[in-house]
Design a protein around this ligand. Structure first.
Ligand SMILES: NC(=O)CC[C@H](N)C(=O)O
Length: 402
């Protein structure tokens, strides 16, 4: 780490004065201090209630097009490390925090948060009343905002910019998905492994990358899966040619209604192999099954969301990050709602014969690990499917032996 730099990055000092503005579409203007990159950026402001894990949050591709406002007031104290990256890049529009730690101390730290964001050209602001903005978002719903360090732009111009952009209806997945298929082998490191698993059969999973978080892939690999990651536009027919044991549809940014090609892909795979949808994957699955998705008032973002598993009655504390949800009233008969969010009763999981999906993040990263069992359930689904396929042959063999 450059000894001249501190948590503010590039040698900034804590007594710096306001040099940035966040202008929200409701006309409110929030003066702040900048860190990370400078410039002007438009995005949707969402608040995240996680107490820890800011590195995983800022590298979650599902935040593309959004400013993440952390409700935890103290951010940056553990810096940045090599292990907690959730993707190859930061795709979020920017980071909004109350207080940026003036010192960085952690045994894994390799860089300050400020330097990290500056190198990746991501804007951040601090010394802004994050509690007041959060109350506004809770009351009025998510708002588009413009963050700027450019003094030549008037407040009116920035407000105009916020009115001429909307996250609804745009395909953000194509900007974050990988460009070509590849294998994934990395598992959760032994030091961090928290669940004991029976070594079993290895299942081949094709994982659609709509903005996939690395820890979804690591958890699948830890459960013994052999994984082929494919881009969001990869044809369903090519996936089926690979004869996978299961298909995973990943998390991803933006509006699920803006990517009809992805819904088509899910439709063409549904019913043919076991399928697991996570977050955006769950929403696409909901649409492919005939249901509708809608935009929530301010969504769910954080590691403290209670969910009830309706099959077991158990309550899980889950990690969530979504602004859209499936409307269960629009789903056809035969689709089971398996989980509900206990804060607002919204649909948090679905299942059909060969399908399971969760609106939240069983891989956590960051967050509690209560929902990790979902990966085991997916493996069980693939196991059952394989056994069912084998059974007719087995009975044929025993008949010929008889
Ligand atoms: N994490 C995700 O996959 C988010 C899904 C979708 N972009 C939403 O906001 O609802």
């Amino acid at each position: 780490m450059d000894p001249a730099s501190n948590a503010f990055g590039k040698g900034e000092r804590p007594w710096k004065t306001s040099d940035a503005r966040l202008v929200l579409a409701d006309g409110s203007i929030w003066n702040a201090k900048s860190f990370g990159a400078s410039g002007t950026q438009v995005g949707e402001v969402v608040f995240n209630t996680s107490l820890t894990g800011y590195q995983e949050i800022i590298t979650d591709p599902s935040y593309a097009g959004q400013f993440v406002l952390m409700t935890n007031p103290h951010i940056g104290n553990t810096g940045i490390n090599f292990d907690d990256e959730e993707s190859r890049q930061c795709f979020l529009a920017g980071l909004v925090i109350r207080s940026l730690s003036i010192s960085t101390s952690n045994w894994r730290c390799v860089e300050t948060l400020g330097d990290y964001l500056a190198e990746r050209n991501v804007m951040g602001i601090y010394d802004v009343d994050t509690r007041a903005i959060t109350r506004r978002l809770r009351q009025d719903g998510s708002l588009v905002g413009v963050l700027s360090t450019d003094n030549s732009k008037t407040d009116e111009e920035l407000l105009q910019m916020s009115h001429s952009w909307d996250i609804v209806g745009i395909d953000l997945i194509s900007g974050v998905s990988c460009k070509s298929p590849h294998e994934w082998v990395d598992k959760t490191k032994q030091n961090w492994e928290f669940s004991s698993k029976e070594p079993g059969e290895n299942f081949h999973v094709v994982a659609y990358d709509f903005g996939i978080k690395h820890n979804i892939l690591r958890r699948l690999a830890s459960y013994g899966c052999k994984i082929t990651v494919v881009p969001s536009t990869w044809p369903a027919s090519d996936t089926l040619k690979l004869k996978p044991d299961g298909v995973l549809f990943s998390n991803g940014p933006g509006d699920p209604s803006a990517v009809p090609y992805a819904v088509e892909t899910v439709k063409n795979i549904l019913g043919k192999v076991p399928v697991f949808g996570i977050c955006m994957g769950h929403q696409l699955l909901g649409q492919a099954l005939g249901g509708k998705t809608f935009k929530m008032k301010f969504g769910h973002h954080g590691g403290n969301h209670p969910v009830r598993n309706l099959r077991t009655g158990n309550v899980e504390i889950s990690a969530q990050n979504h602004n859209y949800a499936v409307d269960p009233a629009t789903l056809p008969e035969g689709v089971e709602v398996t989980h509900i969010n206990l804060n607002d009763g919204s649909c948090a999981g679905l299942a059909t014969h060969r399908t399971m999906s969760l609106q939240y993040h069983p891989e956590a990263s960051p967050g509690p690990h209560d929902s990790d069992y979902a990966f085991r359930d997916f493996v069980e689904l693939m196991k059952r499917e394989k056994a069912n396929k084998r059974e007719p042959q087995l009975s044929a063999v025993s008949a010929s032996n008889a």
